[in-house]
Design a protein around this ligand. Sequence first.
Ligand code: 5GP
Length: 187
Amino acid sequence: MSTSTTSTTPPQAVLTPYITTSQINARLDTLADELNADYAGQSVVLVSVLKGSFMFLADLIRRLTFDCTVEFVRLASYEGTSSTGSVKPVDLSLPVLKDKHVLIIEDIVDTGLTLNMFLEYLKSVHQPASIKIAVFLDKKAARQHAITPHFVGFDIQDQFVVGYGLDADGRYRNLPEVCILEQPSGS
Ligand code: 5GP
């Protein structure tokens, strides 16, 4: 595994390639197969959690063959490279989801706080027929809330990653691969 800095790297931050674009594409093919088998013949509302899941959603949805619509919510729990410990519902506007099959599309599960809060919200306010979770990355070692995604792109180590939609203070979302970000202490 090589270490690299890119033109989007702030001074002293180091990006180490972790999951390549070809690994991502291969996994998306098999993940879509799992979803297509699970949801065959059903109508599903994909609820994408912004901002980090936009690239995962865009690449996944074009591989899906069942009937689906897309909605977006915006939740925030991170500042810099650590969780604030609380979830800010920036935008929860959704249509009526009662009796619908809902598939949450999320970039990464870390402590599980965000999805825990969102699941409780969906269940109590919307009462869908079913709710499942598809995450691009699962950081199981960091889990503090009992969240088990139904569909996982990659299990990853407890390290801070960026790229493929994931950011650090808004940067790096444009990277086509997933990289580990190391920042100098104090930044
Ligand atoms: P949780 O609530 O599960 O602790 O964290 C979920 C959110 O934290 C994710 O949607 C993402 O925004 C952010 N997050 C957690 N781990 C990482 C990481 O390694 N990299 C980035 N860029 N964001 C992360």
